[in-house]
Design a binder for this molecule. Sequence first.
Ligand SMILES: *Cc1c(COP(=O)(O)O)cnc(C)c1O
Length: 356
Amino acid sequence: MKLDNVPERLPAYVYDLRGLAEHVASVRAALGPTELFYAAKANPDPEILRTVAPHVDGVEVSSGGELTHVRETLPHIPIAFGGPGKTDDELALALGVDRVHVESPRELSRLAALGPANVLLRANLPFRTSGAALAMSGPFGMDEDALAECARRARSTGLTLRGVHAHLASGLDAPAMVDLATRIVDWAAPFLEEHGVDDPEINVGGGMAVDYTAPEARFDWTSYGAGLPPGHRLRVEPGRALTAYHGWYVTDVLDVKTTRGETHAILRGGTHHLRTPATKGHDQPFDVLTSTAAPAARATLVGQLCTPKDVFARDVPVPPLSPGDVIAFAMAGAYAWNISHHDFLMHPKPTFHYLR
Ligand SMILES: *Cc1c(COP(=O)(O)O)cnc(C)c1O
């Protein structure tokens, strides 16, 4: 992020669409025959969706709202619809999508009552995933008995069982993700064969690691693609690892003060625009665009909210800072603006800019 690209009105989100397109194209190439869906909940901005679309096989949505939005934005893209608590209205919308990820036997029956659909059964498999930032068990998916019950029942309905979906963890590196995918396939392939599924599909989920302490590092898509078990129709659905790197939240310093020995730089905006560091409990990586000086002191970078939780980065090395200095927080392209509590304190919204 360069000073030349800083918009006039701050705070601002700046998205590098050209860099994003190159990144997603490289992921696509590394995956070979494995299908790539983009998990829209990471960032459903229409410009982001339109930039990602030419390089993916489809989009995964987790609500009726996302489904409607993606259909309006990308009318022809294949859609997979998941999520643990689908309402009747959402199931009715789901009838038209390419794949419905069914999360419980009751949901299977409710969907079957509405009409035909192509379904994957969401599996909650008992694989330990050490090192994962989030283990996706709990309300998501079904254990083996419920999966078998659904597979049997699907045959006597208008539903077509196409395969299994398993999104089990997030934050794993490529070797751990290959291992997880292999265990999913080793379970799912015989299960689908036993239930007579033609041309079975196995969606091994998203959750590829994004390391916020290393903004230049990338998940090793090449070794992941090469390591996935051959001979199966596989699909992945990452969100964060596709869009995190090509968004910045850019703002400026309003005040700098030291109280009780701690220096705070108070920035325009706050975590109601960029909630990522508050939810993940990390320091959001940043550059001070107006300074070339080496870090000479430490400061805590906060926003304008009247809560001690409004922290972007705590006690981090900074160059000398003064009001007017411009700071660009990196890795703000996923789970950033769209997960934030925009209306808290009624400050102005950020502006949005797209580099093409
Ligand atoms: C959130 C989610 C994803 C994407 O996860 P990332 O960590 O952003 O890659 C994929 N699939 C499902 C079912 C999800 O809920």
